[in-house]
Design a protein around this ligand. Structure first.
Ligand code: PLP
Length: 360
């Protein structure tokens, strides 16, 4: 039986997507071979790739001013590609750090650019976002980087910050396609697929075309956006299986009503879970400032950490898995991406109430 999987990523996928992949595994649409066995340059996979791009463009209303890449290497590689492609060697780049993944973005950029931490909420334990008025942006920055949703700390930008004419670069790994997005406000959006878009192994990069005119710095072809655009994300053998599965997820999202519908479901799921935590009389606690609480990743703590082990064992026995918090924070974390049904969140809330009554 399928359980409710609250893992932060790799994360749960819709049953219908996995069922379709299973049904097509040995014989993809009468070809007599699996899609993973076919050449990435053959008409079958080229069709899958083109449909995936078209569907993602539809889902997020991505205009022709933007290119869409499907790359290997995960979001971490995407973090290194940004400075290599958008900045000259040693040029200044502004980073707003609102959690763990903002710090990894800096780590990947430091060899290539002069990183300016324009704002950080680290002193407060990443429980809030630094106010836009306090950001110290550089006049000569190549770009400004933010993490749209911090998967570990559970903090998200609700509004897209205005950074003037400097390209805004955003790590959307854990919130892409969870709600409508005005792509035109960004220079680059990147996202590892393994939360909201599909299985791990493919990373989506949405890039404003005019940024391809930037010289960037000396780099191998494989790290060059322009080569990937020219090679249609097939500069080398792409992760075809992951790309195909992501394509099935895009079709599922469109069929369910698109990002507008997921925004409604995600708002309901997050509101119910935070209400359960806040209404638990202190038995459970989430420390993030209410206006910036993530609708995708909900970290929470039990009032007595000695109950953590029992909470995890009992939740797993109840068919609710993946609730252990990230080791950087401890406690619990419920990731409630698009593919987590509302019934899963209701089951979690029911379990939490019951656990509190038994252990409170
Ligand atoms: N950025 C964010 C917001 C993430 O949540 C993660 C992974 O969980 C990463 C970056 C790193 O992604 P990857 O493991 O694909 O390199």
């Amino acid at each position: 039986p399928r359980v409710f999987n609250f893992s932060a990523g790799p994360a749960t996928l819709p049953d219908v997507v996995l069922e379709q992949a299973r049904d097509e595994l040995l014989d993809w649409r009468g070809v007599g071979a699996s899609i993973v066995e076919l050449s990435h340059r053959g008409k079958e996979f080229m069709g899958v790739a083109a449909e995936a791009e078209a569907d993602l463009r539809r889902l997020l209303s991505i205009s022709d001013d933007y290119v869409v890449l499907f790359l290997a290497g995960g979001a971490t590689t995407a973090q290194a590609l940004v400075p290599l492609n958008l900045a000259s060697a040693g040029q200044r780049a502004d980073y707003v750090v609102t959690g763990h993944w903002g710090k990894t973005a800096i780590k990947q950029a430091r060899p290539y650019v002069d990183v300016n931490i324009a704002a950080t909420s680290e002193a407060g334990g990443f429980r809030d976002l630094p106010a836009r008025a306090d950001w110290q942006l550089s006049p000569d920055a190549a770009y400004v980087h933010i993490t749209a949703n911090e998967t570990i700390h559970g903090v998200e930008f609700r509004d897209i910050p205005d950074v003037g004419d400097v390209p805004l670069v955003a790590d959307f790994s854990s919130s892409i396609a969870s709600e409508p997005l005005d792509v035109s406000k960004f220079g680059v959006i990147y996202a590892g697929a393994q939360k909201n878009l599909g299985p791990v192994g493919v990373t989506v990069v949405i890039l404003r075309r005019n940024l391809l005119e930037r010289a960037g710095q000396p780099r191998a072809d494989i790290f060059d956006y322009r080569s990937h655009v020219k090679g249609e994300s097939m500069l080398n053998t792409p992760p075809t299986w992951n790309w195909y599965l992501a394509g099935l997820v895009f079709k599922w999202m469109l069929a369910e009503g698109g990002v507008e519908e997921f925004a409604r479901r995600n708002a309901r799921k997050a509101a119910a879970l935070y209400a359960a935590i806040d209404g638990s009389g202190g038995f459970y606690r989430n420390d993030v400032a209410a206006p910036v609480r993530s609708r995708m990743n909900v970290p929470f703590f039990l009032h007595d950490a000695s109950l953590d082990k029992a909470f995890l064992a009992e939740s797993e026995a109840a068919g609710l898995i993946g609730l252990k918090g990230h080791r950087a924070l401890g406690g619990m974390r419920a990731s409630i991406y698009n593919a987590m049904p509302e019934a899963g969140v209701r089951a979690l809330i029911g379990f939490m109430d019951d656990f509190r009554k038994r252990h409170g």
